[in-house]
Design a protein. Structure first.
Ligand code: NDP
Length: 259
């Protein structure tokens, strides 16, 4: 299937590793050019070099912290200079670990800025570019935890739920400007981060532990691959998904326990 993405410009945050890197590679495979972002300069530059070389597309790295207004402006300006965004995937994010009783206000605000304000600021800035190019698509990467919380990360659950609601509100506004907005809620996706955390927790036995996590949570009894999720995300951002507006899609191997 031709997804119709050749020559488009996709902006992907949190793209130096894991899901964001997978999404960037999947766009590049379809012939889309990219602006990719993360904080770590070396890693994001390396990712951009590898993507350009592998897929023969233009890929610009932008080292910036999207949890700040300045970092978002930096990404928005870079996308404008690179030709203007057609697609935006808000992906930068990370898990948390706390109790409500013990977590500080600062911790709440840090996650709010990363999971919600980054999406607010970037979508606001990039929408003008998309509109000028005749429309576009935005995808917010929330989490299954936005609707089915894990007990040890209340800040993550709450801020991802807020991102999902923001995405719905934004979609109503943006469709009038020719921009489709959707949310994806992944379940367990096997990333280097999951592997490293599990190694720290369980040492040599880490693969057994990963399997136990999958057995406990996902009906399919395995983690999803980055590629399985990335393909879905790229399809949703493509003109082939033109009637998908303001929806939230679970990619979770049966982890969600409600209809
Ligand atoms: P990783 O930790 O593997 O990658 C996170 C990426 O985001 C890195 O490139 C990191 O680079 C970047 N990043 C982190 N903070 C910032 C910031 N403030 N500004 C810019 N870039 C940032 O995460 P995953 O790939 O696992 O997760 C990606 C997204 O998917 C997250 O939003 C996560 O909540 C969501 N998700 C993941 C699931 C999973 O099972 N893996 C399940 C459900 C949702 P750097 O540190 O250099 O900035």
């Amino acid at each position: 299937m031709d997804l119709g993405l050749k020559g488009k410009l996709a902006v992907v945050t949190g793209a130096s590793k894991g899901i964001g890197l997978g999404i960037a590679n999947a766009f590049a495979r379809e012939g889309a050019h990219l602006v990719i972002n993360a904080r770590g300069e070396e890693a994001i530059e390396k990712a951009a070099r590898e993507i350009s070389a592998r897929h023969r597309v233009r890929c610009l790295s932008v080292a910036a912290d999207v949890a700040t207004a300045e970092g978002c402006d930096y990404v928005i300006d870079a996308a404008q200079d690179f030709g203007g965004a057609d697609i935006f995937v808000s992906n930068a994010g990370t898990g948390s670990n706390e109790t409500v009783a013990e977590a500080s206000d600062d911790k709440w605000m840090d996650y709010w800025n990363l999971h919600v304000m980054a999406a607010v600021r970037l979508s606001r800035g990039l929408a003008d570019q998309m509109e000028a190019k005749g429309g576009g698509a935005m995808l917010m990467n929330a989490s299954i935890c936005a609707v089915q919380p894990l007990w040890y990360e209340p800040i993550y659950n709450t801020t991802k739920a807020a991102l999902m609601m923001f995405s719905k509100c934004l979609s109503t506004e943006m469709i009038k400007r020719g921009i489709r907005v959707n949310t994806v809620n992944p379940g367990l996706i096997r990333t280097p981060d999951w592997e490293n955390t599990t190694r720290e927790l369980r040492g040599e036995d880490w693969e057994t532990y990963l399997q136990e996590v999958a057995d406990e949570h996902a009906d399919i009894r395995r983690f999803g691959t980055v590629e399985e999720l990335a393909d879905f995300c790229v399809f949703l951002c493509s003109p082939r998904a033109a009637y998908s507006v303001g929806s939230a899609y679970h990619v979770d191997g049966g982890m969600l326990k409600t209809v």
